[in-house]
Design a protein around this ligand. Sequence first.
Ligand code: UDP
Length: 347
Amino acid sequence: MTILVTGGAGYIGSHAVQRLLRDGHRVVSLDNFFRGHARAMGLLGAKFPGKLESVVGDVTNRECVLEAIRTFGVTTVMHFAAHAYVGESVEQPLVYYHNNVTGLVSVLWACDQAGAGGKRVTRFVFSSSCSTYGQPPAGMIPVREDCPQAPVSPYGRTKLIGEQILRDYAESKRMAGTEFACTFLRYFNVCGCDRSGVLGEDHTPETHLIPVVLQAAMGQRPHVGLFGTDYPTPDGTCVRDYVHVEDLVDAHVRAMSTANAADVRAYNVGIGKGYSVRQIVDTVRAVTGREIKVVEQPRRAGDPPEVFNDPTKIKRELGWNPQVTDIREMIASAWKWFEANPRGYGA
Ligand code: UDP
């Protein structure tokens, strides 16, 4: 099977590419290298010779996506390419709507056009987000998939709109009697790195909590800002559900291999435990043995106080069983890569 991975050079996309190559698939990565890393592609290309095609292009360039699908006979798409910073989405909403919403429409247009003359894309896995729920109402945490979706950030809204676009597109295909199955995976907080040590997490700018705290542990930042210490949570800081990137990728593989004809399915991907920002900082201290200075700061716009998952549905229907459930092990896998690559992929 040939799988198109958009955003294949990014943090999650590259881990997906590696897993699919390991499983014996042919993979076409499409990435504009704006935030993705050519070096990650180089490492994977060398590890799996002849199996990976790395196309440099932007998902909003629909002709480029169409050419990639047609040239390589793609039948499955995993659509990771997106901007994914909540704070940045508040400051630059148009950039987010363009990249995340227009980008999705462009990829679907290409799938549609390719089907008219060549191999048909019949499976689509979409990177959605727990941020589509916003702050779930009292009594709905842990969060199930039927929780009302009411995002509180532009980023979350782009993902909810993406789900709606896919529902409409899938319905049009169902009515036309054309096979198209799609799965929305609503990610909780993805973290950790490839445990074989090849791939890592390297964002510029880095804003995600765990890598930020690891950079502070490494002395690359003077301190970690705690964004809000007066939330209605046990220690006043936000609570999130952290899932290891390889377990997240495993959910994609299961979504792809279990999809049937006209399915439109949604699954939350989070292990079902919440950790506060302070607990994460303490765990990084324990894992690294380093001192980390924290500075209390105001709340960050767009952050809900507490979100963690109820993984019942994904476990029951996809047989998903996360292998890394200990937050220390998640952080240790990231620390191992950071220690070996203190300058990230730029080393
Ligand atoms: N956070 C923080 N300091 C930082 C980065 C993040 O206090 O330097 C908090 C952030 O406000 C949120 C949590 O850590 O409550 C997780 O943020 P992250 O950006 O990692 O993921 P998000 O939940 O926004 O997807």
